[in-house]
Write a protein that binds this ligand. Structure first.
Ligand code: COA
Ligand code: NAP
Length: 273
C-alpha cells in the first residue's frame, strides 16, 4: 500500500452508529474520532460532563456527528440510560467499544481492598455493564462489540495485580459472550493494546524517560504504538472484512506479549570451534 493510502473509503461506516464507553480521552476517543471520520455517528460516554462534552465537540468541530453522554460504567442503571439516549438520538447501535478503565502502579501490599475493588469495578464490571446494556439496542445480526483489554491479562505484571486480574476477566468475558451472542449474529472481540504513546495509561505506567527507553528496548518492534494503530484495529474488527472473527483477543502491541526481546539476535555470533 502506498504511504498514507487508506484501506477503507472515507464513508465506509456511513449509516452505522458507534458507542464508545470511556471515550473522553486517549485511545478510546481516538477510536471514536476515527469512526466519525469514516462517516459513523458516535456516542461518547464517561463520568465527567465537561470532558465528554469537549470530546464530542472535537468530533463535531472536525465535521463529524457525535454526542457526549454522562455515565459511570460502575452504575448499570446509568449505563442503560446512556444507551437509551444514544438509541433515541441515532437509532440502533452497531458498534460498541468498551474501554473505560482506571489504573495506577502499586504493589499488592499497598492496595487496600477498596483500591483493588475500584479497578475491578471500573474495568471488569464496567465492561459487563456496557456490553450487557448494549444487547437490547444492537442491530442484530451485524453488530460488533469490542472490549479494550491489555497484555497484563495474559502476562501478569508486578504492581498491576488489580489491572491484571480485571483485564484477564475481560478476556474471558469477551470469549464467553462471543459464544452466547454469536447465534444472534453479534460478534464480540477484544483489542489488547501494547504500550501506546501520548496516553494517560503510559504516563502512569512509565512515568520517566529512563523507564520508557527500557520498555522500548524490550519490544520486538522497538517502539510504542500510536492511538491510530488501535483505532485502525477497531475499524477492521467492526468491518465486514472481519465478519467471521469472533472471540478473538487481538494483540496490537509490536509483539510485546511474546516476552523480552532485548537480546541482539541479528548479529551472527562466532561459532564455537
Ligand atoms: N496507589 C494505591 N491506591 C490507590 C492509588 C494508588 N496510586 N490511587 C487510588 N488508590 C486507592 C484509593 O486510595 C482508594 O482506596 P481507599 O478508599 O482504601 O483509600 C481507591 O483506590 C479508590 O480511589 P478513588 O480515588 O476513590 O477512586 P475513583 O473511583 O475516584 O478513581 C482511579 C478511580 C483511582 C482508578 C483513578 O485513578 C481514575 O479515575 N482513573 C481514570 C484514568 C486512568 O486511570 N487512566 C488510565 C487508564 S489505563
Ligand atoms: P484514558 O485516556 O485515561 O482513558 C480512560 C477513559 O475511561 C477516560 O475517558 C475516562 O473518562 C474513562 N473512565 C474512567 N473511569 C470511568 C468510569 N468509572 N465510568 C466511565 N468512564 C470512565 O486512558 P488510555 O491510556 O487512553 O486507556 C484507554 C484504554 O486502553 C483503557 O481500557 C486501558 O486499559 C487500555 N490500554 C491502554 C494502554 C496504553 O498504553 N495507554 C495499554 C493497554 C491497554 P472520565 O475520566 O471522563 O470518566
Amino acid at each position: 500500500m502506498a504511504d498514507g493510502a487508506e484501506l477503507f473509503r472515507d464513508d465506509a461506516f456511513a449509516g452505522r452508529n458507534v458507542l464508545v464507553a470511556g471515550g473522553s480521552s486517549g485511545i478510546n476517543l481516538a477510536i471514536g474520532q476515527r469512526f466519525a471520520g469514516m462517516g459513523a455517528t458516535v456516542s461518547l460516554v464517561s463520568r465527567s460532563r465537561d470532558r465528554i462534552e469537549a470530546a464530542a465537540r472535537s468530533i463535531v468541530d472536525a465535521g463529524g456527528e457525535a454526542i457526549g453522554l454522562v455515565a459511570d460504567v460502575r452504575d448499570f442503571a446509568a449505563v442503560e440510560r446512556a444507551f437509551q439516549q444514544a438509541a433515541d438520538r441515532f437509532g440502533a447501535i452497531d458498534v460498541v467499544i468498551s474501554g473505560a478503565a482506571g489504573n495506577f502502579l502499586a504493589p499488592a501490599v499497598a492496595l487496600s481492598a477498596n483500591a483493588f475493588r475500584t479497578v475491578i469495578e471500573i474495568d471488569l464490571i464496567g465492561t459487563f455493564n456496557v456490553l450487557r446494556a448494549s444487547f437490547e439496542h444492537l442491530r442484530k445480526p451485524g453488530a460488533s462489540l469490542i472490549s479494550i483489554t491489555a497484555g497484563q491479562a495474559r502476562r501478569p505484571l508486578m504492581f498491576q495485580a488489580h489491572a491484571s486480574a480485571a483485564k484477564a476477566g475481560i478476556n474471558n468475558l469477551t470469549e464467553t459472550l462471543a459464544m452466547e451472542w454469536g447465534p444472534a449474529g453479534v460478534r464480540v472481540n477484544a483489542i489488547s493494546p501494547g504500550p501506546i504513546g501520548d496516553t494517560e495509561g503510559m504516563a502512569r505506567l512509565a512515568p520517566s524517560a529512563a523507564v520508557t527507553a527500557a520498555l522500548k528496548s524490550r519490544i520486538p518492534l522497538r517502539d510504542y504504538g500510536t492511538k491510530r494503530d488501535i483505532a485502525d484495529a477497531a475499524l477492521f474488527l467492526a468491518s465486514d472484512h472481519a465478519r467471521y472473527i469472533t472471540g478473538a483477543i487481538l494483540e496490537v502491541d509490536g509483539g510485546s506479549i511474546l516476552g523480552d526481546a532485548s537480546a541482539d539476535a541479528l548479529t551472527v555470533p562466532e561459532r564455537p570451534r
